[in-house]
Design a protein around this ligand. Structure first.
Ligand code: G1P
Length: 292
């Protein structure tokens, strides 16, 4: 297997959990402080050694492609105004060794279908990452880089998992695996997409980071629709278990579900409090608002 150099960002989803904000704007362009969710995911991928960013996009998502384009007029204007630091920041969002590729998913037929839209770009000796940008992951080293380490060591597909309360388990893909403890990984023996409460094989939920072996593309090509009538990535990964194997990895770090309003608020507050410019003011503001 080649090393990990490709990442797929399925960004064609409609973001109905975040209306009205996402009525005319991609959910991936919602910003935590000043950075869109998709840029956090892209930075995480680049930090893990990815050099080809493959966006599976759809109608109303043009802002994402625009965001990653060079902007020579803006660059010139900023430099004329002496704002070189901001100009440099914008120029280096996509470093010169990284390429963006855009593919359309003509119809929203499920996450598995979205990933399979990128199949022509994945060689049969290439592992690839899948990042769901509405899961904002924070870790040191970044979560995808932690996963790439496990992928290199085991040669298997690797799923980021996290224990969740059983009342929430029906919102996730769930693995059957021993809990490896934070920072550890364990072989997956089965997995199921959004099981009804009581039928979940564990409390370990898959969050939106995957490193998959290329064989999964062949599985997706003929996979029938699963839960919710959609072509499910979980169902395809399940078929890799008896062959090349799948590892559940409990990343070190924190996930914010920024596809939900509450998760987004938590990310904004936590990252605001850590912000070098705004942290102290925000802390004072929150204290006064809470009367504490
Ligand atoms: C998708 C996957 C699910 C996974 C989740 C993580 O679901 O289908 O297996 O646990 O992402 O965020 P979605 O949230 O898109 O319905």
């Amino acid at each position: 297997m080649k090393p990990l150099t490709k990442a797929i960002f399925p960004v064609a989803g409609l973001g109905t959990r975040f209306l009205p904000a996402t009525k005319a704007q991609p959910k991936e362009m919602l910003t935590v402080i000043d950075k869109p969710l998709i840029q956090f995911a892209v930075e995480e991928a680049i930090a893990a050694g990815v050099t080809q960013l493959i966006f599976v996009t759809g109608r109303t998502k043009r802002a994402i492609a625009d965001h990653f384009d060079a902007t020579p007029e803006l660059d010139r204007l900023l430099r004329e105004k002496g704002r070189e630091t901001v100009a440099e920041e914008l120029r280096t969002i996509i470093p010169p060794h990284v390429t963006c590729i855009y593919i359309r998913q003509p119809e929203a037929l499920g996450l598995g279908h979205a990933v399979h839209c990128a199949a022509p770009l994945i060689g049969d000796d290439e592992p690839f990452a899948v990042l769901l940008a509405d899961d904002l992951m924070r870790g040191d080293p970044p979560v995808l880089a932690q996963m790439a380490e496990v992928q290199r060591a085991t040669g298997r597909s690797v799923l980021a998992v996290n224990p969740v309360p059983l009342e929430d388990i029906g919102s996730y893909g769930v693995v059957a695996a021993q809990d490896p403890g934070e920072g550890g990984s364990a072989p997956v023996t089965d997995m199921v997409e959004k099981p009804p409460k009581g039928e979940a094989p564990s409390n370990l939920a898959v969050v939106g980071r995957y490193i998959l072996r290329p064989e999964v593309m062949g599985v997706l090509a003929t996979l029938p629709p699963g839960r919710g009538g959609e072509i499910q990535l979980t169902d395809a990964i399940r078929q890799l278990i008896p062959g090349t194997g799948v590892e559940a990895f409990r990343y070190r770090g924190r996930r914010y579900d920024c596809g939900s309003k509450m998760g987004f608020l938590e990310a904004t507050v936590d990252m605001g409090l850590e912000h070098p410019d705004y942290g102290p003011q925000l802390r004072a503001h929150l204290r006064s608002s809470l009367g504490a």
